[in-house]
Design a protein around this ligand. Structure first.
Ligand code: PMP
Length: 392
């Protein structure tokens, strides 16, 4: 028995390595920033989700340290036992106000929020209809719920409508990333919201990569498209990307948030976020508000600069207008080779391969921060030119 297990796993690992799908983990020897220490040397970081450069901002660090001094290191229990601190409620209130929702509810992270939402709202007689390229946590949420699960072609409102038209389910959960994590493109939320209205649907938007980046002062993709989390629209976003901290929230009408608090198992059965993370998130939110739109404007300038300079050089970035700027390479081995070559040049761009992205679309996922300089971007593009040329 023991022998079969070991042999099976070893065979799986062997084939993963042989097909260049083995996942590597790299130790970072410094705080998250546009430059990080890897293997003892400094590299330019174009792989992080720290879009506004807040992860190592001193104000967030100080807020975390002050919270430990006042509230201790751990929250001690789940929210509904005795782990829900005033601090959690303060962050929930401030987030709700920021995104224009009646209420917000904190989750430990975005992965758990998505599992919780899907299972709490979609029951056996319901259907979940979601974009094919949604984040893994939403796909897993669909599997966890007892509802029927359907996936529509990426960004295709007409395919989603055709599925809804045929569906015999009582209620529908229409689920989409706001900004797609591996492509950087943006969901047609206005149209999806109209579909939700037409088919007794609840629209769930996972704005992990839009919150802090798009919309007025970073209020997110819904805001960018003139929408708000209310009525039959629910917003989820993580606090571990642009906000520079850790955790996640779901925002919407009190009725929906109450339902999550009562029934979402990934909310109820886990320890509440530690005070340090909550306090850092509050500091991140305050910084964003105090900056007016400065952080988003700085990031936008970097996005525009990268795209214009890349076009001049003939580099084929995908058509994305967000902080996520992928270059599709195709074969996993070649994506790895280009990424390795870049790293030798002191530039870190992670290679993303299946199953994270569809077979044949292995890519370099370049991410930009408000803290990158134009010079950093020039270095990236020059290194890319060399690396892409050599790996052919
Ligand atoms: N949704 C999307 C679109 C994501 O990219 C991620 C993080 N990779 C998550 C959800 C999960 O968020 P968290 O890291 O807070 O668990």
């Amino acid at each position: 028995m023991q022998h079969t297990w070991r042999a099976d796993l070893a065979a799986q690992h062997h084939s993963r390595r042989a097909s260049n799908h083995w996942r590597e983990r790299i130790d970072v020897g410094s705080a998250q920033s546009t430059k990080v220490i890897v293997g003892g040397r400094s590299v330019l970081n174009f792989s992080s989700n720290d879009y506004l450069g807040l992860a190592s901002h001193p104000q967030l660090g100080r807020a975390a340290a002050d919270a430990v001094a006042q509230w201790g290191a751990g929250s001690g229990a789940s929210h509904l036992v005795c782990g829900h601190l005033d601090l959690h409620s303060t962050l929930e209130r401030e987030i709700a106000e920021f995104v224009g929702a009646e209420r917000a509810l904190l989750f430990s992270n975005g992965y758990m929020a998505n599992l919780g939402i899907c299972a709490a709202f979609a029951e056996k007689r319901d259907a979940i209809v979601q974009d094919k390229l949604n984040h893994a946590s939403l796909i897993d949420g669909g599997r966890l719920s007892l509802a029927h699960s359907y996936r529509y072609r990426h960004l295709s409102v007409s395919h989603a409508a055709a599925i809804l038209q045929r569906s015999e389910a009582a209620r529908h959960l229409i689920v989409s990333d706001g900004v797609f994590s591996m492509d950087g493109d943006v969901a047609p939320l206005t149209n999806l919201s109209a579909l939700a209205d037409a088919y007794n649907g609840l629209l769930i938007v996972d704005d992990a990569h839009g919150f802090g980046v798009l919309g007025d002062q970073g209020r997110g993709t819904l805001n960018e498209q003139g929408l708000r989390p209310r009525g039959n629209v629910l917003l989820m976003a993580t606090l571990g990307k642009a906000l520079g901290s850790f955790g996640a929230f779901v925002a919407g009408d009190a009725l929906l948030i109450d339902h999550l608090l009562q029934t979402a198992r990934s909310y109820i059965y886990t320890t509440a976020l530690p005070p340090s993370a909550v306090s850092a998130s509050l500091a991140g939110l305050h910084l964003i508000k105090e900056a007016g739109s400065d952080l988003q404007i700085r990031l936008r300038k970097n996005i525009d600069y990268l795209r214009a300079a890349a076009a001049e050089l003939g580099l084929n970035f995908e058509s994305s207008n967000t902080a996520i700027q992928p270059i599709i390479i195709g074969a996993p081995q070649r994506a790895l080779e280009v990424s390795e070559r870049l790293r030798r040049d002191g530039v870190w761009v992670v290679a993303i391969r299946p199953p994270t992205v569809p077979v044949g679309s292995s890519r370099l996922r370049v991410t930009l921060s408000a803290n990158h300089t134009f010079n950093d971007i020039d270095v990236l593009l020059q290194s890319l030119m060399v690396a892409l040329g050599e790996a052919q």
